[in-house]
Design a protein around this ligand. Structure first.
Ligand code: GSH
Length: 131
């Protein structure tokens, strides 16, 4: 009886482990696909002022980024864990252009002001508004 119970516990533990491993890999796949399948991918939080500032940049450039609002998703903090491994930071926003990491809000505004962002997006530089 004891052996049976132990075996049941082991099977349960293995299945919990496999479930969490598969969830982690599907979150990783989601992040990879989001970054690589969108010209502009932004990981953001709805209430974050830095995220608002980064999104305003794209509005100024008449570009529509693909935005993942982490605070609106159950897996938001898992996505943030995956992002830490990619960008080395836990802050939002994190912006990717053509599959490459641009940075957070500061780097996005800087790239907008220097004209680098327009260049990366292959669009005409526009007159800059203060953001
Ligand atoms: N200098 C950073 C600041 C970003 C920042 O501090 N974001 C806050 C939210 S407004 C953050 O990520 N805090 C940690 C968290 O939300 O997990 C940038 O330019 O992106």
């Amino acid at each position: 009886m004891k052996v049976t119970m132990m075996m049941v516990m082991m099977v349960l533990a293995i299945s919990v482990y496999l479930d969490s491993a598969s969830a982690a890999s599907s979150v990783g796949e989601f992040v990879d696909k989001t970054i690589n399948n969108n010209k502009i991918a932004t990981f953001s939080k709805t209430y974050c002022p830095y995220c608002r500032r980064a999104k305003a940049v794209f509005k100024e450039l008449n570009q529509v980024p693909y935005v993942v609002e982490l605070d609106e998703r159950d897996d938001g903090s898992k996505i943030q864990d995956v992002l830490v491994n990619i960008v080395g930071k836990r802050t939002v926003p994190q912006v990717f252009i053509n599959g490459k990491h641009l940075g957070g809000s500061d780097e996005t505004v800087e790239a907008y002001e220097s004209g680098l962002l327009a260049k990366l997006l292959g669009i005409e530089t526009v007159d800059h508004d203060d953001l």
